[in-house]
Design a protein around this ligand. Sequence first.
Ligand SMILES: C[S@@+](CC[C@H](N)C(=O)[O-])C[C@H]1O[C@@H](n2cnc3c(N)ncnc32)[C@H](O)[C@@H]1O
Length: 360
Amino acid sequence: MEVEKVFHMKKGVGHTSYATNSLIQRTITSQAGPVIEESTREVYTTLRPECFMMADMGCSSGPNALLLVSRIIDVIDEASQSINRQCPQFGVFLNDLPGNDFNALFNLLPSFEQDLEKVGGRIRSCFVSGTPKTFYGRVFPDKLLHFVHSSYSLHWLSQVPRGLVSKNGEPLNKGNICITKTSSREIYEAYYAQFKRDFVLFLRSRSREMVCNGRMVLIFQGSFDSDDPDSLLELLGSTLHDMVLKNLIEREKLDKFNMPFYCPTVEEVRQLIEAEGSFAINKLEIFTVDWSMDTSQNLETRAKFVSKGIRAVTESLLATTFSLAIMDDLFQLFEKRIKERIAVKKGEYVNIVLSVTKKE
Ligand SMILES: C[S@@+](CC[C@H](N)C(=O)[O-])C[C@H]1O[C@@H](n2cnc3c(N)ncnc32)[C@H](O)[C@@H]1O
């Protein structure tokens, strides 16, 4: 699977699109809001640039990216008033893989720009551009950025780990699509090795692109135990397995398919940042959010919400191996499995939020 070429959130603005089904990511990012606000305020008051350059790595195609950009602009506008300075200009880079629906995102720009300029008669100029390129590698020139942000993207790996196939080509993670409760050590190690390579490359690339004392806030899925992440993808894997048992999917296809997905622990992340060495850690925290967000709703509504959200994110990867014709059945069954699961045990996204400063 060539992740960089095939991976994209469900395009457009229809009822199955990511734009329509990304409330959970918006909620998780807004829970990390205080860390984002504090970091932007601090980086602005320390560096006081005339043009504040920021990048959102893995922005996707929904409204989430621009909501966050306007929040950051508000915070810096307030901070500049408090030190009697003019609001800086803003250069905003929206980054994602080339398959991302940038057109749907750019269609939101006119109303975003209009809303920006309205506030209290102050002039707030913002220049937005798209950078379609993998964030696992260089995206920007040296020392350009004051602030980098990434929400709910870094748990996606650059590729499915090679170690999931034996030397003679035999799939090792048969019947599963990610790390599960029953995975062998070998599977966990293959996933961790890939995460380590990718995450360090991300840090190294951003460290070249950021100015000294620039700030970066990253939010991504993590786990309390990375060899047992209890993720929804484990449940999606067992739903695919149910379909194998019903002869709706060929067993070989499931045996060969794996998600490029890893949920690190806080300790794993801390060790990698310290070993890479370019950034000082200001904050590194973990928090949880219920899979269905609103636990006051009935089980059907909650399960539907979760299933639609996961479909909008994963369908392009699943479609590399399974036919699009099975997707409706798969996600109906998945919804049923989610409902059964949350009826007996709470399901939660475990999230890591970290704020780091680029060292001198
Ligand atoms: C679940 S979405 C999150 C989007 C948005 N930040 C939000 O919070 O709603 C994950 C995004 O990360 C992007 N992504 C994954 N791997 C990437 C990579 N290597 N380079 C750039 N973007 C990537 C995906 O294409 C997708 O748009």
